[in-house]
Design a protein around this ligand. Structure first.
Ligand code: SF4
Ligand code: SF4
Length: 87
């Protein structure tokens, strides 16, 4: 299982021009991987992307990656998230 090692510090969130709630989307992804939980889809669609960006809205500007202390490849990971939740 390939969980995303995001610590939910949220340093990446403020600078995102698309207002993507990156750590929450990663948490949905991890939850789905662990529990195969349909609730993760609910949280993705109804809670975390209602007034914010979806993973597919990412314009790949890279601001978030500069802010991430874990050096996560956020742009690539958001692609995976979009594949999982926006199919
Ligand atoms: S690369 Fe995507 S997620 Fe990161 S700040 Fe830019 S638009 Fe937001
Ligand atoms: S900056 Fe990195 S570790 Fe912190 S919440 Fe964003 S993706 Fe997760």
């Amino acid at each position: 299982m390939n969980l995303i090692p995001c610590t939910a510090c949220r340093y990446c969130v403020d600078g995102c021009p698309k207002r993507i709630s990156i750590p929450d989307l990663f948490a949905c992804m991890n939850t789905k991987q662990i529990y195969h939980d349909w609730n993760a889809d609910y949280y993705y669609n109804v809670v975390h992307t209602a007034n914010r960006g979806k993973a597919s809205d990412c314009i790949r500007c890279g601001k978030c990656e500069k802010a991430c202390p874990q050096h996560l490849p956020i742009r690539e990971l958001l692609k995976d998230v979009a594949k999982e939740f926006e199919k």
